[in-house]
Design a protein around this ligand. Structure first.
Ligand code: ATP
Ligand code: MG
Length: 252
């Protein structure tokens, strides 16, 4: 595989006595989109959340193995979580803008990471809103509350907020499941555009979406990666019976 951005090696995760992720070995290439698919409860979100240390807040989570972002060991206790979150942005299922203005939603992370010149911030806010295809709809009302935007607009704003601090990786957990088809199509176009600059990992239950956007797809089942390969292989020439049954809609 080409230029590897994230390498997951012998990764296991337990919640208490429950073994939720089992011997995961998988690599995510730079500037590609990887889709994680599989039935509810198979561990997709748990795996995604491991990539920016979101389990730090779960006292019963036990993580073993290695996750490398290039040469940065993401699971190492001495690796700074703030530095990780800056490199690895996250977009959730439900759009969750801050209860602040559209402008402040994007500016916030910049201020937090040390940009204080307002002209620089303004330029960066505009550029991120443009990259997220939401500039035209919002440029005349940047001071309006983000909560007044539609769900699809809020989700594009959340993507703008995520890219404001120039991450290397963007994680998205079912980002379109609360959106209508037109908003979904906009987000998909946006992801295809963003992959030129970022590495993207997306969890989706939408098989068509995975086929439209993902270069590679991983099929997970009961905490294991059953099959991982080019998206065309997973959907059209699966090597494993379990994968075939799932993509043909026999379970899940
Ligand atoms: N904080 C937690 N504590 C204990 N168990 C958890 C925790 N988070 C997730 N789990 C369990 O881990 C397993 C995997 O959950 P996860 O949310 O990763 O599944 P998923 O593939 O994202 O499912 P869905 O498609 O429904 O979102 C489930 O059995 C779930 O109950
Ligand atoms: Mg999930």
């Amino acid at each position: 595989m080409e230029n590897i951005k994230i390498a997951i090696r012998d990764f296991n995760l337990h919640f208490g006595s429950k073994h939720v992720l089992k011997n995961i070995n998988i690599e995510f290439p730079a500037n590609k989109i990887v889709a994680l698919i599989g039935p509810s409860g198979c561990g997709k979100s748990t795996l995604l959340r491991s990539l920016n240390r979101m389990h730090d807040l779960s006292p019963d989570a036990r993580l073993e193995g290695d996750i490398l972002l290039e040469d940065l060991h993401l699971l190492h206790p001495r690796t700074d979580v703030v530095a990780i979150r800056r490199k690895v942005g996250m977009v959730f299922q439900r759009p969750n803008p801050f209860p602040k203005s559209i402008y402040e939603n994007v500016a916030y992370g910049l201020r937090l990471t040390g940009t204080h010149n307002e002209a620089d911030i303004r330029a960066r806010v505009e550029s991120c809103l443009q990259q997220s295809y939401i500039w035209e709809e919002t440029k005349d009302e940047l001071q309006k509350s983000a909560l007044q935007l539609s769900g699809g607009q809020q989700q594009r704003l959340c993507i703008a907020r995520a890219i404001a601090v120039e991450p290397e990786v963007i994680l998205l957990d079912e980002p379109c499941s609360a959106l209508d088809p037109i908003s979904t199509a906009k987000i998909e176009d946006l992801l295809l555009e963003l992959k030129n600059r970022y590495t993207i990992v997306i969890v989706t239950h939408n098989m068509q979406q995975a086929q439209r956007v993902a270069d590679f797809t991983a099929f997970m089942y009961l905490g294991e990666v059953i099959e991982y390969g080019p998206t065309d292989q997973i959907f059209n020439h699966p090597q494993q019976m379990l994968t075939r049954n799932y993509v043909e809609g026999h379970f899940g």
